[in-house]
Design a binder for this molecule. Structure first.
Ligand SMILES: [Zn+2]
Length: 88
């Protein structure tokens, strides 16, 4: 059963490397710094799991979703606004 043990170890190494890669990539896209215990927008406690998964998290899940929506809308307005100013 020694061969089977070695195979399991190799698979585990591969899984570890994949997770590490994904975590490193995710961290590059997130603000760094201290995670807040409570949402800075509504004051709701941010679950420990979310704080550990998202280093530097400042918003609860629902406020983050709202902010993401607003960011998309704002970038749309900005694009339209710059087109208008080019025409004038
Ligand atoms: Zn919130």
């Amino acid at each position: 059963m020694a061969g089977g043990f070695t195979k399991d170890g190799a698979v585990q190494d591969q899984i570890d490397a994949t997770i590490e890669d994904a975590v490193n990539r995710a961290r590059d896209q997130l603000p760094r710094g201290e995670s807040l215990e409570d949402c800075e927008e509504c004051g709701t406690a941010i679950p420990v799991a979310r704080r550990e998964a998202v280093p530097g998290v400042r918003l609860c899940v629902s406020c983050q979703a709202e902010r993401d929506k607003k960011t998309v809308i704002h970038s749309g307005y900005n694009r339209r606004g710059s087109k208008d100013s080019q025409l004038r």
